[in-house]
Design a protein. Sequence first.
Lengths: 386, 296
Amino acid sequence: MKIRLENLTKKFQNRGKKGGADVVAVDNFNFEIPDGKLIGLLGPSGCGKSTALNLISGLETPTSGRIFFDDEDVTDVAVENRGVGLVFQNYALYPHLTVLKNIMFPLENLKGAKKLPRERMIDKAYEAARLVQIEELMDRKPSELSGGQQQRVAIARALVKRPRVLLLDEPLSNLDARLRLQTREEIRRIQRETGITTIFVTHDQEEAMSISDLIVVMKSGKIQQIDKPQNVYDDPKNLFVAKFLGTPAINVFVGSVKHGRIFIGDDAVMQIKGVENTAIYAGIRPEGFIPDDNGGLKCLLKGVEVMGRDTSILSSHYAQEGELIRSIVESEEAFSITALDDMIDKIIDPVHSRSDKLNEVRFSVKPKKLFIFDRETEERIYYKTV
Amino acid sequence: MKKNSFKAWLYLLPALIFLGVFMLYPLIDVLIYSVEEGYNSASQTSFGIGSYNFSYVLHDPYFMQALQNTFLLVIITVPLSTGLALLISLGLTSIKKLRNLFQTIYFLPYVTNTLAVGLVFMILFKKTAYSDGLVNALISIFGGQSVDFIDGPYWAKMFVLCLYTIWIVLPFKILILTSALASVNEMYYKAARVDGTSKFRTFTRITLPMISPMIFYLVITGFIGAFKAYSDSVALFGTDLNAAGMNTIVGYIYDMLYGDSGGYPSYASAAAIILFVIVLTITVINLMISRKNVHY
């Protein structure tokens, strides 16, 4: 099932002070979700991603715009006739019904010609339960299940009617870290096995990166970027996307482009072509730093965190935004530079050491890991290296 | 360990003394009175132990009348008031504008004095030499025969009593049920909508089970309250309830103790014990039914 959104907009009336502006939760969405893919709707809380999901499910009606499932316009189709399965953040399992009855509930609602005999319903419920591997829990009540098991029941209930589209609202946020990893693989597997086009909402970029075929990054109701996970990371369209994806986060500096060179503060870090002189933000991914005693970026060493294979070097620069610059380099590489070698024994409390002795550490920067953004619009400026 | 338990008893002592003196002792005393035959309250003597008091009470036509009245009252008002309260609560939760205003209006009878409400009912229903009363006036407009609801036929009096009782207990039930309805998580309704559940099925399969503990609570307290009804009857029909034929069990007990025909603590005690057994039985049955149908 392809899903196509055309100029989809949802406004909520301001309920606060008089004359306050309406909240635009979903602002002019235009995109197409290919058949049978797993899509991650990613954004910070309050960015309208759940509203977008509710619009697709039919729980909310759009202010304007159309929604298509394949070529069928479903904008005015009621939620129960859209053929969507929805898994809620808190699962919304009916607490007074057993797992079996919970899963059967959507089937029991069917009327007329679609109504199945009871045995068929039970068969179908078991079929869905097998898919999420909970057949042995069918007689329990939701309160007797763990969070992960409840999650599976909720997915089974959403799948039992064989929906055309499966929607998951923050499916993993109520699980602990270990279960989260396990469950997200599970969601991936179920999606692959059923081939149902699936959209899930999350604020966790790692979650979105790890299982989505496509990521839709949202901010304040607007789509920022739609792309494959790796592309969103490697090729962010604007500063927000660059900041939102990646752990540790990207390091952002105030800088400029002058005469074909990128400056961070007064440090010239790279020669480029094809960009006019302008004020910019420069973003460097943690893995984009190369410790280099002759490098252009001069930072002050603040500390070192040794993690075995990699070493993370904490430093600061007067043009940086945020607390510290975190660069992750291979350990061998890290200790090739003089400053670090000198420092490492003297540091007692790496992060908080505020030694008066200023230790300079210098980096050169990998071109593919350095993004520049217009200072005004925060849009990406593409450049060519010399 | 021993010292701790001594301390615990010490702390519990004030409450235990009060409970013992004002609850346990009278309860046992009532039980004793009820089996002492020919008890004389002046000389504090009796002939012996036996079941005569019970047999007297059970053969007293006034008691049987009171028993019938009470049962009718219970059977009619408890289901009706609970059902009505549920309907009104559903209405209240589904409106948005003026909801608080309506909630306040529906709660007003609760803070109004029982006797004052009784007086209003009397004015509405009573037929005097000078006026037929508002209700009878209405009946005449629609071409019906006027009825004396206060001094007239039994069914008319019962009707007013039931109406009055429902009116009195309704606000509390509405209050409880509106908050119960409001506490049902919105997401269950959303889930039901996605699953294509009809309005009726959503109500019977989701709303009702979710608020069933509260409904159950209202039914149990409703039963107990209605069995103990007395003031309602007095407010409408005055203190001579036996003459009006509208006595209740509690009213009978009162009359046996202090009424014009009173001074029989033994009969009163026997009636009280009978009431206790009835309420206990009904409550146990309620609990047994609820275990199957109430979801916590």
